[in-house]
Design a protein around this ligand. Sequence first.
Ligand code: MD3
Ligand code: FE
Length: 217
Amino acid sequence: MSTTDLFDDLPATVSRETLAPGAMRLHAFAREGDATLLQAIEEVIAQAPFRHLVTPGGYTMSVGMSNCGELGWVSDCSGYRYDALDPLSGQPWPAMPACFADLARRAAAQAGFEGFRPDACLINRYEPGARLSLHQDRDEKDLSAPIVSVSLGLPAVFLFGTGRRSDKPQRYRLAHGNVVVWGGPARLAYHGVAPLADGEHPLLGRHRINLTFRQAG
Ligand code: MD3
Ligand code: FE
């Protein structure tokens, strides 16, 4: 097999980088098509607005969140879980736009995860100062499936630790268009996002939006 075969489904401008075992970054994977993605995000948010969830410990999260797909991630005083209904509306979450599912599936395949079929997409919106403290994502049923993340807008400092919370995390700058596939040994790593620095992005202004695709159910 030649190199061109290996990179068949990859736009010529996309470079891959292994951040850690199991974590592969596709640098500009979501760059072409970013306007289409943003349009789809707006349509989802019109039905299921960003909201600041409360953690079981009683803290209000600085990141605004919404979901699309069959399942959505929610947090309240009773805990974290995936739910088929948006607690704000009592209605099912908006359907996952075809361009979302397609992007996630193609990215996962590039990292060696054929057949990735996300049933949940968590949409996080950061404004300057918003952060996400170190956590593991372990509410999904099948932890052998990866998580695919898509970063849009202002860049963020991403903190990537190990399976032990106390280990000092590495720092990576996640920029507009970056797609990262987190699977295998990276799947249960502690991770978080440092407070967002202020700035101005041509498409998103003073915001960063991050999509995470999951096989939750
Ligand atoms: C590594 N989101 O939604 S994306 C989250 O930028 C979350 O909004 C961050 O952590 C954000 O849960 C980080 C990168 C990411 C997402 C999920 C992971 C990295 C991950 C799950 C396991 C390991
Ligand atoms: Fe996470």
